[in-house]
Structure formats: structure tokens, C-alpha cells
Design a binder for this molecule. Structure first.
Ligand code: 5GP
Length: 187
């Protein structure tokens, strides 16, 4: 059996990564979504299992025993991917920001990096505001997105513009399928 494919879905906040990834995982039973840990507060209406919501102390303890594949401090909160343990035969999906994506790439150069971009900053701003982030947080995230876009484009194996959700999901499913075929044939 081939080694599990590690698929990193990265990109700025408010680009729709979470929605895209949920849809991909729902449609493709071979995908296994890693659940991250975070020290940020749960948003109103956010499902309990969106993250493992934890304290800084607990996060640091887990970090110090090598429990994370990658972690970062993103705008004042920790986010981290626990060492993935997918069931046999499943491919791993990580929905993480760029600094974490870089760490995963360093540890696993074979990881596939898909960088998702919003169709426009205006659209991104509307999405960020729409999910209830405070205006200063929206601004911080927009600024960060602008800073990181050039690096993300350069690092990525594929850049996908989320201009239409269904189309984007289809495009990403196609990328994953082609990658499986390429790796399965021993590339
Ligand atoms: P949010 O607070 O909007 O849920 O997430 C903020 C950013 O952190 C998003 O870009 C999200 O993809 C990223 N993120 C979520 N989980 C992780 C993780 O485990 N590691 C890293 N590096 N980033 C993460």
C-alpha cells in the first residue's frame, strides 16, 4: 500500500478553506481530516469539534513532549496539528496557515500543498466580517493575508481561487485524484 498522502490546504482566513475541506472529506471517504488544537476562544455557533479547544498551559505541555507535527502562534493564539494517526489506507488533510504548512513541508517534503485564494480582498473581508470576527481582527487577518500571499503562491504545488464553491471543490478533488494516480504508479 502506498504511504498516505498528506494534503495541506492553506490560504488566508476567510477564504473558505474550512467549508471546502469539510465538503471534500464528506465526498471522499479515503480522506481523513486532522483536528487541530487551538487556544483561541470558540466562536459563537462554531461546532465543539471544530478544534480541540485548550489552554496555553495544556498546549505548551503537549508541544514540549513533541506532540505536534507543527504549531504556530497566529495573531496571539496557538494553533497546532497533533501527530496524525490516520486509519490505514486513508490520506491526511491538514487545514492550516502558511507558517505551519512550511513546517510540515520541511518534515515531509512529499506533502501536497494547495493554496486557496479569495476572488478578491473585498470578498474575503465580507466573509471574515460575516462570521462574526471583530473589526480589528478582520483587519489583522486581511493584513496578514496580503503579507503571506506571495510566499504561499511560491511554495504551493497548486493555487486555487475560490470564486465558486462547487467549482473549487471539484478542482481540488481533481488535483487529489491526479496526485494519487501519479504516486500509485510509483512516481
Ligand atoms: P481560525 O481562528 O480562523 O479558525 O484559524 C486561523 C488560522 O489558523 C486559519 O488560517 C487556519 O487555517 C489556521 N489553523 C487552523 N488549525 C491550525 C493548525 O493546527 N496549525 C496551523 N499552523 N494553523 C492552523
Amino acid at each position: 500500500m502506498r504511504a498516505p498522502l498528506v494534503i495541506i490546504v492553506s490560504g488566508p482566513g476567510g477564504v473558505g478553506k474550512g467549508t471546502i475541506v469539510s465538503a471534500l472529506v464528506r465526498r471522499d471517504p479515503q480522506l481523513w481530516l486532522s483536528r487541530s488544537w487551538t487556544t483561541r476562544e470558540q466562536r459563537e455557533g462554531e461546532p465543539d469539534d471544530a478544534y480541540v479547544f485548550t489552554t496555553r498551559a495544556e498546549f505548551e505541555r503537549h508541544r514540549d513532549v513533541g506532540g505536534f507535527l507543527e504549531f504556530t502562534d497566529f495573531l496571539g493564539n496557538y494553533y497546532g496539528t497533533p501527530l496524525p494517526e490516520p486509519p490505514p489506507g486513508r490520506d491526511v488533510v491538514l487545514e492550516i496557515e502558511l507558517q505551519g504548512a512550511k513546517q510540515v513541508r520541511e518534515r515531509n517534503p512529499e506533502a501536497l500543498l494547495i493554496f486557496v485564494l479569495p476572488p478578491s480582498r473585498q470578498e474575503q473581508q465580507q466573509r471574515l466580517a460575516g462570521r462574526g470576527d471583530a473589526p480589528d481582527k478582520v483587519l489583522q487577518r486581511l493584513r496578514k493575508a496580503e503579507e503571506e500571499e506571495p510566499e504561499g503562491r511560491e511554495l504551493a504545488d497548486h493555487v486555487v481561487v475560490n470564486d465558486d464553491l462547487e467549482r473549487t471543490i471539484g478542482e481540488m478533488a481533481g488535483i487529489i485524484e491526479r496526485e494519487r494516480l501519479a504516486r500509485g504508479s510509483g512516481r
